[in-house]
Design a protein around this ligand. Structure first.
Ligand code: NDP
Ligand code: OXD
Length: 312
């Protein structure tokens, strides 16, 4: 049986691992000579139109990341189960990112970075305690919940918002219809939503204006590590300029790579990273996919299967 690796970036590190971890399968890449009828599995990120056609015996598609918006956009998506990445290595990386930036804002670290550059010794503030800062996880799935547990261990006051409002032990979870109440109690908004037709552009001026105005940080902070399509960048910039937002930490952008002329690069209240909050590390991700294939071949259900009707 054949596993096709269909990537927009260099497939070599993935092919080496799949061949090592699944020696009983043929691993091929686009451009190789191979029989499309024998392809049983595809591991992919951002497949080009046409690259998945004619796979008559396909059993499952594996996204090489947690998000699947890259697949939902694909015309003629094969009608097979789509498995996304939900494994500890990626999850822990995202939690590191979220915790890092919540702490950076709790402790006002950017201000001290600025003071250091100017050789200023000034200590005229009493930072709030973590328990006095309310973090709101916009999207309370695998990533949002793991980060929430770690933030809570540090003392932050954490709540979640999800479509279903499904209870999560130990946290107040707001359901889809309770967005305003959730925003009103949020000082640091952490966006870990998938990009779907329902969430596109959700991070806009209307939403930012509903965030808490009485928090201990002196204004709401946005952290978006979900997808760039969730945010309206002109709104983020104008809200930073008029004080609706105090600061923004952005890992994802409407256009990636972020264009050189974007005003986000030089804005003093913006921290940005190049969409690497939680990379899919090849060894851990290939191991996860190989395990899923083995489960499937033992007749066990695949895990973390996407619901195409919801888009995530
Ligand atoms: P999950 O599917 O586990 O969680 C998604 C959460 O979003 C769920 O709580 C879901 O609600 C909620 N949600 C979805 N749609 C809506 C909606 N319309 N209204 C309210 N809530 C909604 O995903 P993960 O936590 O694993 O990943 C989240 C996203 O993080 C990925 O889709 C990807 O875009 C991004 N990501 C970014 C990375 C980076 O490096 N920047 C790396 C990895 C992922 P419910 O619980 O009710 O289903
Ligand atoms: C992902 C990502 O979805 O890296 O995994 O963005």
């Amino acid at each position: 049986m054949t596993l096709l690796v269909a990537l927009t970036w260099d497939p070599a590190p993935w092919v080496e691992r799949f061949r090592r971890m699944l020696p009983e399968h043929d691993t091929v890449v686009l451009g190789d000579e191979f029989d499309r009828n024998k392809v049983r599995y595809v591991a992919t990120w951002g497949p080009k139109p046409g690259s998945l056609s004619g796979l008559t015996n396909l059993a499952a598609l594996f996204s090489l990341g947690a998000g699947v918006d890259h697949l939902m956009r694909y015309p003629d998506l094969p009608d097979v189960p789509i498995v996304r990445v939900a494994q500890d290595d990626l999850t822990h990386r995202m939690s590191e990112y979220v915790v890092l930036h919540c702490l950076m804002h709790l402790r006002d670290q950017r201000r001290y970075d600025g003071q250091q550059r100017q050789r200023i010794w000034r200590d005229d503030r009493h930072p709030p305690a973590a328990r006095e800062v309310r973090v709101g996880m916009l999207g309370f799935g695998v990533l949002g919940q793991d980060a929430a547990h770690k933030l809570r261990a540090l003392g932050f006051d954490v709540a979640g918002w999800s479509r279903s409002g499904r209870p999560v032990e130990g946290f107040r979870v707001y359901g889809g219809g309770e967005l305003d109440a959730f925003l009103a109690r949020t000082d640091i908004l952490v966006s870990l939503l998938p990009l779907t037709p329902d969430t596109h552009g959700i991070l806009n001026r209307d939403l930012f204006a509903k965030l808490s105005r009485d928090g201990r940080l002196g204004g709401p902070v946005l952290i978006n590590a979900g997808r760039g399509g969730l945010q309206v960048e002109t709104d983020i910039l104008s809200c930073l300029d008029d004080g609706t937002l105090k600061a923004a930490v952005l890992d994802v952008f409407e256009t990636e790579p972020l264009p050189e002329d974007s005003p986000l690069w030089g804005h003093p209240a913006v921290t940005l990273t190049p969409h690497n909050a939680a990379v899919s590390e090849p060894e851990a991700t290939a191991r996860y996919i190989a395990e899923q294939i083995r489960r499937f071949e033992r007749g066990e259900p695949l895990e973390n299967v996407v619901d195409p009707s919801r888009g995530y």
